[in-house]
Ligand binder design. Sequence first.
Ligand SMILES: Nc1nc2c(c(=O)[nH]1)N[C@H]1C(S)=C(S)[C@@H](COP(=O)(O)OP(=O)(O)OC[C@H]3O[C@@H](n4cnc5c(=O)[nH]c(N)nc54)[C@H](O)[C@@H]3O)O[C@H]1N2
Ligand SMILES: Nc1nc2c(c(=O)[nH]1)N[C@H]1C(S)=C(S)[C@@H](COP(=O)(O)OP(=O)(O)OC[C@H]3O[C@@H](n4cnc5c(=O)[nH]c(N)nc54)[C@H](O)[C@@H]3O)O[C@H]1N2
Ligand code: SF4
Ligand SMILES: [Mo]
Length: 691
Amino acid sequence: MKKISTVCPYCGCGCGLYVHVEKDIITGVSPVRNHPVNKGSLCVKGWNCFEFVQHPGRLKYPLIKKDGVFKKSSWDEALDWTAENLLKVKEKFGPDSIGMLSSAKCTNEENFLMMKFSRAVVGTNNIDHCARLCHSSTVGGLAKAFGSGAMTNSIDEIDSSRVLFVIGSNTTEQHPMIGMHMLDAVDRGATLIVADPRKTQIAEFAKIHLRHRCGTDVALLNGMMNVIINEGLVDLDFVRRRTENFDDFEKIVMRYPLDIAEKITGVPAVDIRRVARIYATEKRSMLFYSMGITQHITGVDNVRSCANLVMLTAHIGLPMTGLNPLRGQNNVQGACDMGALPDVYSGYQKVTDKKARKKFESAWGAKLPSVPGRTLTEMFDAAGGEIRAMYIMGENPVISDPDASHVTEAIKKLDFLVVQDIFMSDTAELASVVLPAVTFAEKDGTFTNTERRVQKLKKAIRPVCGAMPDWRIISELSKRMGYEMEYGATHEIMEEAALLTPSYGGILHHRLNNFGLQWPCPGIDHSGTTFMHRKAFTKGMGSFIPIDFVPPAEPVDGDYPFILTTGRISFHYHTGTMCRRTSTLEREEPDCFVEINPADAESLGIKTHDRLSVSSRRGEIVVNASVTDRTPEGIVFIPFHFREAAVNLITNPALDPTAKIPEYKVCAVNIAPVVPKPDEEGKFFSRRENR
Ligand SMILES: Nc1nc2c(c(=O)[nH]1)N[C@H]1C(S)=C(S)[C@@H](COP(=O)(O)OP(=O)(O)OC[C@H]3O[C@@H](n4cnc5c(=O)[nH]c(N)nc54)[C@H](O)[C@@H]3O)O[C@H]1N2
Ligand SMILES: Nc1nc2c(c(=O)[nH]1)N[C@H]1C(S)=C(S)[C@@H](COP(=O)(O)OP(=O)(O)OC[C@H]3O[C@@H](n4cnc5c(=O)[nH]c(N)nc54)[C@H](O)[C@@H]3O)O[C@H]1N2
Ligand code: SF4
Ligand SMILES: [Mo]
């Protein structure tokens, strides 16, 4: 048996694991013992991350849709046809009529090529990916505050911290191996504070759990900062030396005394004061956040409020401190770093910056567009109008985008859609051509985890079928569109990326053997960066930004009296293409459910397992009730993993004005019991145990 060391393909923790291979078949995996993130452990998804690789449902050959039906085709035919159609659209409607979605499931090398393909081959900046739905508010918000939008510190620093302030992150379920470090720290006496409307698993370990109303984070954080300023807990020396714009910021914070903060958030003033004092007075305080902060129309405001808090208390620029956005997908950090975004090249170099553009133009020998492109959400809005064709690699927007029926309608209006995936996803079903790609276990390259650690994955088995690695598909397509891309192996792509990307300057495959390197890593003699902003912020002075509270876009009313918040559960992953083809994970949680508080359930006459209709202004889904005090009164929670009860049919597509991230975390819904009807097999519905 061979054991090949690689990286887990699920979440942004980036755990190291061995893939066990016998006769070119994967028989199991095991954790890397001395890996700095997972230290010999894995979560349930990690332990089971190989079953989908060898699933019989993998896409085995390209498919071309003719007269509404998919026909099996050869690679040559499919690539020629794709190139021909993309060129046709480009000729007729111009390069900006084509939109590209890159993938946080794919490698850095593949994302680099996708952005090169978009800019140098098609000639458009219309490239984006799921970071738009996830941490675009972090990237934009922290660029303004610090000049760089990544986790400032490292995962293994958590163990020695004294205070962990976790806001809007269900860490033990969604970043389990980071959650493990947090619980280790608690065992060593650290104080854990969780701010989350729901009583998550990590909240049960917290010394203080702030259960504020959904969408009131700015008021909560301003309330805390009001206490910190009024009680003289500000680090004035740091504020003077390292930051700007304090006075304007202070004026706004003074408008949030504790009684106002309590009124908006529903959190008792004494708790806000206690948390403010603990966080500010302990030196080794780390702040963590995730989607509870970013997925709002005020996502950027929420992120900037967090940045204000860490600067006010000088909890940044040292080990065991920092502002730590937990990035979600295995390589969402890398997809952003590699410039799969409409306004920047790799390393966040702006497309509007003439010098940067010249550099890429001369490296690539092509004229590049200078106006930022459309975001993911804007591409679908323009589909059938100014966007005529799309190329989607490793994303499933039909299930993951808000107001999903709008997305399906938009896609149907396209002249041409290319989908490149490992399975026939709901989005692939709508494609004109489907290109089969290989999984993490069948290719080489690198992933960048949430703590900026660039790690090598290694090909463990030969492709299980006629599929090709994404980077090869992109180069083949490029060639057929008249632009030669000659790469013999993925390390050659990284060499090109390193030359053009200052923060990745020293990141070359041969240097990554010992658990990778953390960027910024500007040169080949640099050993990487464990924590950032040590002496100065990336942009020089850190900027305080005054932020006022703005309520969520859709208030509850008589017709839609409940707040719906959506998210994830530990056993499943996103749109389910991989985890729902994994027997252990599917067995644990086979059905969609809505968490509803016992008081609300009683007033509606609902019991666990009852079938409920949950409807919003956009649509309706039917799910099982799970009566639990995990969710507070007036709020219900539904995960978005289940295509048969796709919660995005009812979510609100309202966007943050600058980051364009949708408000997945708040919309207004109504709930009503439904009389069960049997399905085609005469069964009613499968039951799930109360969680
Ligand atoms: N098992 C599993 N792990 C995953 C994923 C997965 O699908 N499954 N996906 C990965 C990805 S891409 C991402 S982005 C991460 C996401 O990781 P998380 O952000 O941790 O996950 P979510 O469930 O989206 O939401 C986090 C929490 O926000 C809370 N919340 C809701 N509204 C508010 C609010 O207004 N304010 C605050 N402060 N909190 C609120 C919810 O109650 C929830 O507990 O997980 C990654 N890891
Ligand atoms: N209601 C609600 N909706 C949400 C969220 C929420 O909290 N609530 N969260 C949002 C967030 S944070 C995110 S990140 C998005 C995620 O949204 P998506 O990125 O659309 O979801 P995934 O299911 O991760 O899609 C990844 C696709 O890539 C395919 N794939 C896997 N590996 C490879 C590979 O190597 N090559 C190729 N070509 N394909 C591959 C998978 O089969 C799958 O179809 O969802 C967003 N949607
Ligand atoms: S914590 Fe994330 S990266 Fe680690 S094993 Fe679990 S899913 Fe994989
Ligand atoms: Mo995400």
